[in-house]
Ligand binder design. Structure first.
Ligand SMILES: Nc1ncnc2c1ncn2[C@@H]1O[C@H](COP(=O)(O)OP(=O)(O)OP(=O)(O)O)[C@@H](O)[C@H]1O
Ligand SMILES: [Mg+2]
Length: 375
């Protein structure tokens, strides 16, 4: 059953950000939104906007800019060409629609400042929307400090949008190291606390069935996998790590002995199959298919569908295998458009495509360049 009283992400308009022209682009979101496009088309740029949005809700924009090295990395063709990023994020529930709008204006010394930050709120059956303005010129967003209950609801929904990236499976990746056992409230964006996150699920009687569901899914793609050993470390009670057993012996394997694809799949299953009450409001994944076997990709699609009953999922992908698991109405084709001098986002028109869809799979149509989004 869907929890449709929640505020859902409906639409983002964005301009002046990375490859997106200052005139702006609009992207609509559903329960599942699959961003499909060629290399360099702008999929990860949109994913990075979600990360920046999360940073904004944590009042960490200035530190984030410092980490980028310069505002040039964020502004469309740099600060010499573009002086502001403009965005609006619209959310909707059954009874209300609400929107957060802001401009990030370039100023010295190479900083972005908030301007025109405002919240609109519309209740169904009420003609006039309410609008709340937040003071201009701040280095960090005013929304997190706004005590208005309507702003609080919007803030909570925006703060619940999370982007995840499980690509780092190198020997120094956090996911393979020791993790503090209490660091288990939510899964980190790099799954660095996966062991602690799974441990609390395993040991809590109310959550155990979700832990077991995760284990069942891992076994489907890594058949020799039996169970995690998430006990605290000998001599270091506050820490745990991702140790595991296979079905063949009682040899204790360490996280460094899990294959890269299996480790990513473990993180994806923990994220997507965690207890529904713990899910973020929106999960954003960039190329989650990386290094996965076709069987694991089909499982991944199933897990995305399971999670989408309780939270929205946005997936940027290049995988024809993954795309074929979804419906044309869930696809957004991402293209770098010469006329627009930047990234454009297009929803498919199912009526126009009906004849094609009757004869071909979505990936075949993509490969034939019927959908666009090809190099
Ligand atoms: N500040 C910027 N201004 C203008 N264009 C930019 C800026 N930053 C990045 N780009 C453009 O965005 C492209 C990268 O886009 P992105 O990383 O989103 O691609 P992608 O669709 O995720 O591709 P892949 O499938 O290879 O991951 C760069 O090649 C560049 O053309
Ligand atoms: Mg990318």
């Amino acid at each position: 059953m869907k929890d449709d009283h929640r505020l859902k992400l409906k639409e983002i308009t964005l301009g002046g950000y990375k490859s997106i022209h200052p005139d702006g682009q609009r992207v609509e979101f559903g329960d599942i939104t699959v961003l499909l496009g060629a290399n360099g088309s702008g999929k990860s740029n949109l994913v990075s906007f979600f990360k920046m949005l999360n940073v904004i809700t944590n009042k960490g924009l200035q530190t984030y800019i410092e980490k980028q090295g310069s505002t040039d990395a964020l502004l469309y063709y740099g600060a010499k060409k573009t002086d502001k990023i403009e965005f609006s994020v619209a959310l909707e529930s059954e009874r209300t629609s609400t929107c957060y709008k802001a401009k990030l204006v370039h100023g010295m010394p190479d900083r972005l400042f908030f301007a025109g930050e405002r919240i609109t709120f519309q209740e169904s059956g009420v003609k006039q929307p309410q609008e709340f303005f937040i003071e201009d010129g701040k280095r960090e967003a005013g929304l997190p400090d706004d005590k208005n209950p309507k702003s609080r609801a919007l803030f909570c929904a925006l703060a619940g949008i999370r982007a995840y990236h499980f690509h780092d499976t190198s020997d120094t990746a956090k996911i393979k190291g020791n993790g503090y056992i209490d660091d288990c409230r939510f899964l980190h964006s790099d799954a660095g606390n996966l062991a602690a996150f799974l441990r609390v699920m395993k040991n809590d009687s109310a959550q155990q069935r979700y832990y077991e569901r995760i284990i069942r899914h891992i076994r489907k793609v890594m058949t020799q996998f039996k169970e995690f050993d998430l006990e605290s470390l000998p001599g270091n009670d506050n820490y745990t790590r991702l140790n595991w057993y296979d079905t063949a012996s009682d040899y204790l394997f360490g996280a460094h002995q899990i294959s890269d694809g299996s480790l990513r799949f473990m993180a994806l299953s923990a994220l997507l199959l965690q207890p529904p009450v713990m899910l973020p409001s929106v999960i954003v994944l960039d190329e989650p298919e990386l290094g996965l076997h076709p069987v694991a990709i089909a499982e991944l699609a199933g897990m995305i569908k399971t999670a989408s009953a309780h939270c929205q999922v946005v997936v940027a992908t290049q995988s024809t295998r993954l795309v074929d698991e979804f419906h044309a109405s869930e696809l957004v084709v991402v293209e770098w458009d010469e006329n627009n001098h930047g990234t454009v986002f297009k929803r498919l028109n199912e009526e126009d495509l009906a004849d094609w869809l009757a004869r071909y799979s979505l990936s075949e149509l993509w490969e034939k360049n019927v959908l666009g989004g090809r190099p």
